[in-house]
Design a protein around this ligand. Structure first.
Ligand SMILES: [Cu+2]
Length: 63
């Protein structure tokens, strides 16, 4: 799945997003493009749970 995440401004933010996804989808491969806010999650992951986890870390998931 691909998500648009707002609010990431540095590698620390990207790592926080990565960690939050890891809590709900530990086996998923995560790719984060900091500049565009694009987050790709490959593997079996519940999209709603991933979005909730990211928002729980303080970021906004668009769409
Ligand atoms: Cu940051």
């Amino acid at each position: 799945m691909e998500l648009q995440v707002r609010g990431m401004t540095c590698d620390g933010c990207a790592n926080a997003v990565r960690r939050s996804i890891g809590k709900v989808a530990p086996a998923a491969r995560v790719e984060i493009e900091l500049a565009s806010g694009r987050v790709r999650v490959d593997g079996t992951a519940d999209a709603a749970a991933v979005a909730r986890a990211i928002e729980g870390a303080g970021f906004k998931v668009a769409g």
